[in-house]
Design a protein around this ligand. Structure first.
Ligand SMILES: Cc1cc2nc3c(=O)[nH]c(=O)nc-3n(C[C@H](O)[C@H](O)[C@H](O)COP(=O)(O)O)c2cc1C
Length: 318
């Protein structure tokens, strides 16, 4: 039987190098992270859009549900009240923190001294260098295929991950963007990654905290059905819909900055994720939506990923 043990599975004490990517709304609950961690992967609560009390409750609920198994929290460090979220993460002894959009230096000692692993989400090689020299435990490197906010430089997962592995040979790398099955996991581990994080795949699960319309959008979207919009603001990969068409039109016609800003801010992820408005909301999905055509439970997804990984490796070694 093909082993899936890596530096990262050993460091985080997880069975499989499979991470459910932190996703605002979709994993801003307890159900999805708990199901993934209980199945042997690492589930991650996305704190980004949550109120503090709801966040604390979700952390406690996951802890109860996983009964000692590791899980993580994803926190954008720029968000208002980030300090208070960090306090909860410390008080509750969350095993793994995925931090993004801010420097790790001010907080590292505090968390590493209590055994919380600090994983830093980076979008350029320069950010990766800074985080690595600050002493983070691992890096998340995601390519342009990813849903949400892929790196603005447009570099694909294949190239970005390989470059990170070259540049930081002693740093565990979690790769993502464009992976929806075990064949993709085998490919990224072959490149030198130590684990893979999957976002879009876990949106199409029963436990994901988004509207049914959003889940159905994953099943209906083909590999060329997403587009990068808002290149003049914060680029977001989402499905082609009326809102995306309007922004692309504004790009082509060089709308002035105020009009562009107003248009971009007129739509939100929440509108799609909670209200189910998939025509005018920001339906953030990766290109890998085109590889997904069912809506199982998250634990079944993890088991299937492991089986597919094994057949991919079996095919290679003959
Ligand atoms: C709906 C959605 C919300 C996301 N929210 C966050 C977030 O809050 N924080 C974060 O670091 N990344 C976020 N991401 C990015 C994911 O963590 C991950 O890097 C990405 O989904 C991987 O690409 P994939 O969708 O092709 O698997 C989000 C992605 C999606 C699709």
């Amino acid at each position: 039987m093909t082993m899936m043990s890596t530096r990262l599975t050993r460091m985080l004490n997880i069975e499989y190098p499979i991470i459910q990517a932190g996703m605002s709304w979709a994993s801003s609950n307890a159900a999805l992270p708990a199901a993934v961690s209980n199945a042997g992967g690492l589930g991650v609560i996305a704190a980004g859009p949550m109120y503090l009390d709801a966040f604390r409750d979700a952390v406690r609920e996951v802890k109860r549900a996983v009964n000692g198994k590791p899980f993580g929290v994803n926190l954008p460090l720029y968000r208002p009240e980030a300090e208070r979220f960090l306090d909860v993460i410390e008080d509750e002894r969350v095993p793994v923190l995925f931090a993004s959009q801010g420097g790790p230096k001010a907080h590292l000692v505090r968390f590493q001294s209590i055994g919380t692993r600090w994983v830093h989400v980076v979008s350029t090689l320069e950010h990766a260098r800074k985080a690595a020299s600050a002493g983070v435990d691992a890096l998340v490197v995601v390519g342009a295929e990813a849903g949400g906010h892929p790196p603005a430089n447009g570099v694909s997962t294949l190239v970005a991950v390989r470059r990170a592995v070259q540049a930081f040979p002693s740093m565990p790398i979690i790769a993502g963007g464009g992976v929806a099955d075990g064949f993709g996991i085998a490919a990224l581990l072959a490149l030198g990654a130590d684990a893979v994080q999957l976002g879009t795949r876990f949106i199409a699960t029963r436990e994901a905290g988004v509207h049914e319309n959003y889940k159905r959008a994953v099943l209906q979207t083909e590999i060329d059905g997403t587009v990068l919009v808002g290149v003049r603001k914060l680029p977001v990969r989402m499905t082609k819909n009326r809102f995306a068409d309007d922004v692309l039109h504004a790009d082509q016609h060089e709308a002035d900055d105020d009009a562009y800003h107003a248009l971009f801010m007129s739509s939100t992820l929440k509108q799609a994720a909670l209200d189910g408005d998939i025509e005018r909301g920001k339906v953030e999905l990766g290109q890998s939506a085109g590889l997904i055509d069912d809506l199982p439970g998250a634990a079944d997804v993890v088991m299937r990923l492991v089986d597919e990984y094994r057949s991919a490796v079996g095919r290679l070694i003959g």
